[in-house]
Design a protein around this ligand. Structure first.
Ligand code: GTP
Ligand code: MG
Ligand code: ZN
Length: 310
């Protein structure tokens, strides 16, 4: 009788990607430099990057070399994508297989618009990724900015997105974020200059990620982080620090299903008179009624209309 030994290819997680080289960490914690096998099966996503940070892959050592080759990408549980910088219809995967997405927003230096925040929540809703929204740099908010943050937090907490102020500078509420992140794979996303890398450094002082300045004139970040990278956190868990982005792609998004990506609309839309109601112009629309009665924030509804308009 023959005995077969099926050699199982090791599984690793992509922790860094520069486009042509990937750092892959195996179960034992060893990190290998990998390139991609020429012919690799992709899952049909039209993306500028076939492999993303967070991906689980099969990989093997190259003969007579110190480097490895990625043979296969294991099925993903989710992806967070943004629009590609070039004009093609392709999108770019920021990260894959995350347990939760933490949007780092700011009310000052620079200010994050609610339009941007809502595109992020909509993107994450498509994959049922839990979203946490933190308003960083609260150490520099004036009264008016504090009031604005309070209003946004009230609305986002009310519809199920945990949301609070934080400061990478003073450490305010960083313990709260640590509790949320412990034991999980989290991703930080947001505009350039909001303090994503500064927060990672504050959460784990052993990490020393480069932090950039804010330009004086436009109060914008300078795109200090250029590649997504996953770090192991001393208190347990992983964080993917990502480069600042301008816009999220409304990936795979049908207009008919957009309202379902707004939890407060999802809860009411069955009361609209027409079951194919777009909640834009129709009479007897439960969503428009709720906006008039201030049960749905008017700016959330406005952002919905803008996305429908795209
Ligand atoms: N006052 C204040 N400044 C902060 C805080 N967090 C970050 N900053 C400053 O904001 C600037 C940008 O911080 P980064 O951590 O590089 O921002 P980033 O989001 O990683 O930016 P990119 O890598 O370009 O996407 C730096 O000058 C930080 O010192 C904060 O809580 N309060
Ligand atoms: Mg950064
Ligand atoms: Zn409606």
């Amino acid at each position: 009788m023959h005995r077969f030994f099926v050699q199982k290819m090791p599984i690793g997680r992509v922790i860094k990607s520069t486009g042509s080289w990937y750092e892959v960490r195996d179960d034992a914690g060893q990190v290998s430099q990998c390139r991609l096998r020429g012919k690799i099966r992709l899952d049909g996503l039209r993306t500028t990057n076939p492999v993303a940070v967070g991906d689980l892959v099969n990989f093997e050592k190259e003969r007579d070399k110190d480097t490895c080759v990625i043979d296969k990408i294991l099925p993903r549980t989710n992806v967070i994508v943004r629009k590609s910088v070039n004009l093609s219809k392709e999108s770019h995967i920021i990260a894959a297989n995350v347990d939760q997405a933490i949007l780092v927003a700011t009310i000052a230096q620079p200010r994050t618009s609610t339009g941007f925040i809502d595109r992020f929540t909509v993107t994450a809703e498509a994959y049922h990724i839990p979203v946490i929204i933190v308003f960083n740099k609260c150490d520099i908010y004036n009264d008016e900015q504090n009031a604005m943050a309070e209003e946004l937090m009230r609305v986002y907490n009310g519809i199920g997105y945990q949301s609070f102020m934080i400061s990478a500078k003073t450490g305010f509420n960083c313990d709260r974020l640590e509790t949320i992140m412990k034991g999980k794979i989290s991703m930080f996303s947001g505009h350039s200059g909001v303090g994503k890398s500064a927060l990672v450094n504050r959460l784990d002082p052993n990490l020393d990620i480069r932090v950039g300045e804010i330009s004086d004139v436009h109060e914008k970040g300078k795109h200090t982080t250029t590649f997504a990278q996953m770090y192991q956190l001393g208190f347990g868990g992983y964080i993917i620090d990502t480069p600042g982005i301008k816009e999220f792609a409304l990936f795979d998004m049908e207009k008919e299903t957009l309202a379902q990506r707004f939890p407060e609309m999802r809860a009411l839309m069955h009361d609209c008179r027409f079951n194919n109601c777009t909640h834009l112009h129709e009479p007897h629309c439960a969503i428009k009624n709720a906006v008039e009665q201030h049960l749905i924030a008017d700016w959330r509804y406005e952002n919905y209309c803008n996305m429908m308009d795209d």
